[in-house]
Design a protein around this ligand. Sequence first.
Ligand code: HMG
Length: 392
Amino acid sequence: MKIGIDQLHVYTPSLYLDLKDLAKARQVDPDKYTIGIGQDRMGINPITQDTVSMAANAAFPLINARNASEIDMIILATESGTDYSKSGATYLHDLLAIQPFARAIEVKQACYSGTAGIMMAYDYVSNHPDRKVLVVASDIARYGLGTAGEVTQGAGAVAMIISQNPRVLTLNNDSVPYTFHNFDFWRPNYAKNALVDGKYSNQAYIDAFQKTWHEHQRRHHTTLDALAAVCFHLPYSKMGKKALTTILDEESDTTNRLLTRYEKSVQYTRQIGNIYTGSLYLGFASLLDLDESLNAGETIGFFSYGSGSVAEFFTGELVENYRHHLYTSDHEKMLSQRYPLTIEEYETTFLESLPEDGSSVALSHPQDKAVIQLAAMDQHRRIYQIYDKVEQ
Ligand code: HMG
């Protein structure tokens, strides 16, 4: 049975900061950000967008009356969830009008959990071939104003439907996971921003990549020649390349092909930044949307990494006519219609917070044009609104 990604759609909020402006404000050479780190812009969420609303906006275009009745499970992968107890997936179930006899859960393991969601979905569909699973990876990456990690922040979500006979990518059921307890990046329950040992985290990522790649080669006889491209978890656009180049020959057709396609896969990340759980799939969407040389039947490698750490290397095969099922023009439009923040607006937006005392507040943002928004807080409850169904 063929199981994999039937459809995928990306959402990032309508605000961004140009990283040259950030460099100027932090008195850093802009080349460090745009060349050394490899980031041009970062997505910023207004107060009206959180993990749930971003996830709902990513999933909204994928859901119709038919598949809403076929989806048996909603998995929200996030490390910036809004509640210790109630999962964000229960709101998604309601906002997306999924049939009632479904499971709705949230999963966590830093940036890796989107992949955990996909692998759980794969197993579910193996046992229930006529049913579907919605996996959404959604996050807001925060390190804090003036920190070394600030330039690697971002916000966004990727929604994917996992089904039998997928229209985009068939998963090859060959994944090699790897777990290694460490403190490269973490966020204790009391902290609003992540803690990180930046340089060590780069090394932990590369070590995990080499371990999973070599084990994949050993178990499945995988060769680089057999891969049309490799997509990476992208905390910033240079990170995957640092790992990839450790296994490439100096010069060969394979090296050229993988490096050229790597550049296609990082274009969305360069514009949006790290979206944690969705970053690997943001890279995949970028590759699919922007690389016209890829062909159906070709094999893509995927390296997933989540600090703390869990990693996984797996492969999938592009499906015949996959291009007909992409959301390329939606993604282009979304990125081209964003509003540029000044550094002052960015800092104000970054420091804004929701009431924590149960008071009621209506929320709005002049630049938020998203279909689904966090519209109010009332007695510690988040109230979301679908704006294409009511007057905005
Ligand atoms: P830093 O110390 O500010 O940067 O932190 P740097 O001094 O290492 O410089 C970065 C690069 O810019 C270097 O290149 C410099 O040479 C270059 P590299 O040696 O890496 O090739 N550079 C310049 N290039 C051109 N012109 C210039 C110039 N100046 C310097 N003038 C760091 C960088 C990424 C560590 C920091 O931003 C950070 O801590 N980020 C957050 C952590 C992170 O993203 N780690 C990645 C691996 S862990 C991971 O992926 C998991 C994660 O997504 C979380 C999760 O799983 O949930 C983070």
